[in-house]
Design a protein around this ligand. Sequence first.
Ligand code: AHG
Ligand code: MN
Ligand code: MN
Ligand code: MN
Length: 324
Amino acid sequence: MRPTLSQFLDALPATVPSNLKALVLDMAAACRDIGQTVNNSAITGKQGALAQENVQGEVQKELDVIANDMMLEPERWHGRVAAVASEEMDTLHPIADGGEYLLVFDPIDGSSNLDVNGVVGTIFSILDAPKGRAVTEADFLKPGKEQVAAGYTAYGPQTTMMLTLGAGTFAFSIDHDRGEWVLIRDQVAIPESTREFAINMSNHRHWEAPVRRYIDECVAGKDGPRGVDFNMRWLASMVGDIHRILTRGGVFIYPVDQRASGKNGKLRLLYECNPIAMVIEQAGGTATDGHQRILDIAPTALHQRTGVVLGSKEEVARVTQYHG
Ligand code: AHG
Ligand code: MN
Ligand code: MN
Ligand code: MN
């Protein structure tokens, strides 16, 4: 019988704080609730866009806001979370005085997929809260290497959570017969090499030279300098593309580009790139911004963006090498 998430957490070393284990269970419960809301959205008619934008200047989907609001319910976190921040809120939102942790999250990642039944997910990052004082926005601006736990839940054919607490990456799925999250992959390991890349090709003309060179070589296949053919996948949902890479390898690239809107990249450091980079590294992959390790970047703003190149070691190294 597969161990449940709760049994997995109980079996972790005593050095893992019991409140962190309990917070992971609370996070799993929140994802389960969000997943059910997403699954029902065609019936409840909650798939539309709102006539409002988030701090990113993106039109918000109803479910972006509904999922965000579900995460703000204080009773979910049992006093363990001092404050949260997310893609959908301008600044932090206090939850419980004295909470030991900060939570920063992307409530629905890939939300353009909602009305077409594509994979979407929730991405979460857990940091230590300051002790003995009120939380400020600066407390969230920690390099990703200071995350104490991170992960995502993909709402796809299965509802699967990918989780790391800094000692490997593990996958859990909801067993609907048992009504439990159960372990499905122990110590996920990304293949070091791959012949599959993920990028939004429609931005090709805007990329900087190193990315154009790398992708053009992949597209040239066995007739080009790589001497082998490559395949391409792009789900427009980071969680979906990353889940594939954690399953069979691959390289995911959302680079900065030469447009004003793209000069810092599209993906957000604190609640997309940092948690995903931790999961990827703990599974033996690498994650850079084309130059430096994502997890070493010192954030200066809650919603800052970064270029990202992550996945199978060999290909990330090549793209990073091309950047010089
Ligand atoms: P979100 O739905 O949280 O705003 O994130 C969407 C992100 C990411 O999930 C995905 O990889 C990327 O946007 C897709 O961007 P394009 O639509 O430009 O391809
Ligand atoms: Mn968005
Ligand atoms: Mn996102
Ligand atoms: Mn989102």
